[in-house]
Design a protein around this ligand. Structure first.
Ligand code: FAD
Length: 390
């Protein structure tokens, strides 16, 4: 695998310990995941045989050794998303959902008992997590448009409704289900375990991006969970929003990684591929595209680095900064992967050359964690004082 493109030496900002953690992931993904992933991507299945080693990776790099998340600087969190996105975007989403969304929800909002029950297993991949906010009829407007309801009944909650997408849910042991509490009218979170009566999961087929991530349609038909399965730290959607800013920032980093991976493959290909007796890398129009890609990547890296520094200084991710990074980086990623695909000619649409996989996966990155438009409008509201979407 090529070293990551780093024209302005952005990665030198990591501490030595952080660099070791990133290197561990680079080696693991390059040696054990990238060489085997394409057939699984084509089949549209998550390769579960990766889980034991992935559990070791989680434990060695992301856990504090006591069943809780290790402290992580915003820069390290971001560069890990970037590196997973650069090498294998489906694995990045798998990890982002089981730990970044499910695990972090329990970490941020869970009771001590919920943390003890789930975090040690999630942080070793002995248990897998999912996270379900989006519904068939509620996507961009999920904050106010959730139809799924939770009704208190004695010592239980009874959940009814439907969910869509929810990564990993075909095999996830626990899913964080967001539902409207019928007493308060506010969004609450509930831990629902696979196999709970009334909780049904159907895999979405025919997906053209992130094909190793198993996305689903979920039915919730009088699903009964004990009162202690409600996440006590969430009383309204505003609480969930605190988690979403960090998740959006991570997707900005992922976008940069996907663009980097596509560029690196494209550059190597252009140096090898000969037409008219010379490497295509020697032609002006090819060089122009390679330099445009590099410019996009370097601009993304600079923006993301400064976002991480600012988040660290303020002690939290900011919604507006994360939304700008998510919207802008995913747009630049889309431009970059399209050029990378183009300079490979016909070979750019063959999965064996890897660029095709990154090109397709970029489409999911563009739409999830808030679409390009929604993140743009969040920034638009911040700078003008006018909301253009509600
Ligand atoms: C691969 C993948 C994995 C996912 N994983 C998960 C997951 O694990 N858990 C989960 O809960 N969700 C998940 N999602 C769902 C994702 O968050 C939603 O797809 C996203 O929020 C957009 O919602 P939507 O697809 O329903 O689009 P819609 O909300 O229907 O939007 C359609 C289009 O309309 C635009 N639009 C909507 N409202 C406005 C407006 N007011 N002004 C201007 N434009 C507007 C949007 O920007 C978009 O272009 C996943 C999605 C994908 C593709």
């Amino acid at each position: 695998m090529h070293p990551p493109v780093d024209f302005y030496n952005i990665f030198s900002e990591l501490t030595e310990d952080e660099q070791h953690i990133v290197n561990a992931w680079t080696d693991y993904l390059s040696n054990e995941v990238v060489p085997m992933i394409n057939p699984w991507w084509e089949k549209g299945e998550f390769p579960k045989q990766l889980l034991p080693r992935m559990g070791e990776m989680f434990e060695n790099t992301l856990s504090d050794g006591n069943g809780r998340f290790a402290e992580q600087s915003p820069l390290l969190a971001g560069v890990l998303s970037l590196e997973l996105g650069r090498l294998e975007p489906s694995i990045n989403t798998f990890t982002g959902v089981t730990l970044g969304l499910c695990g972090r929800s329990i970490d941020m909002f869970g009771s001590p008992e919920q943390k003890d029950r789930w975090l040690p297993d999630l942080l070793t991949a002995k248990a897998i997590g999912s996270w379900a906010l989006t519904e068939p009829e509620a996507g961009s407007d999920a904050a106010m448009g959730l139809r799924t309801t939770a009704q208190r009944d004695g010592d239980d909650w009874v959940i009814n409704g439907a969910k869509k997408w929810s990564g990993n849910a075909t095999f996830a042991d626990v899913n964080v289900i967001w539902a409207r509490n019928l007493e308060t009218g506010q969004v609450n979170g509930f831990l629902v375990e696979l196999g709970t009566p009334g909780y049904t999961v159907e895999k979405l087929e025919g997906k053209i991006a992130k094909r190793c991530v198993e996305n689903v349609l979920i039915g919730l038909d009088n699903v009964r969970v004990p009162a202690e399965n409600r996440l006590p730290g969430v009383n309204s959607f505003r609480d969930v929003g605190r988690q979403l800013a960090a998740a959006r920032a991570a997707v900005g980093w992922e976008a940069c990684g996907v663009a980097m991976g596509a560029y690196e493959h494209a550059l190597a290909y252009c140096k090898e591929r000969k037409q008219f007796g010379k490497p295509i890398a020697s032609y002006q129009m090819i060089q122009h595209q390679l330099v445009q890609m590099l410019g996009n990547i370097t601009a993304m890296q600079g923006m993301l680095l400064q976002m991480a520094k600012q988040d660290a200084a303020e002690g939290a991710a900011s919604h507006e900064r994360a939304s700008l990074a998510k919207a802008w980086c995913t747009a630049k990623m889309r431009e970059t992967v399209a050029m990378a695909r183009g300079v490979l000619g016909g070979n750019g649409i063959l999965i064996e050359n890897h660029v095709a996989r990154l090109f397709a996966d970029a489409e999911a990155v563009y739409s999830y964690e808030g679409s390009y438009e929604m993140n743009t409008l969040i920034v638009g509201r911040a700078i003008t004082g006018h909301s253009a979407f509600v």
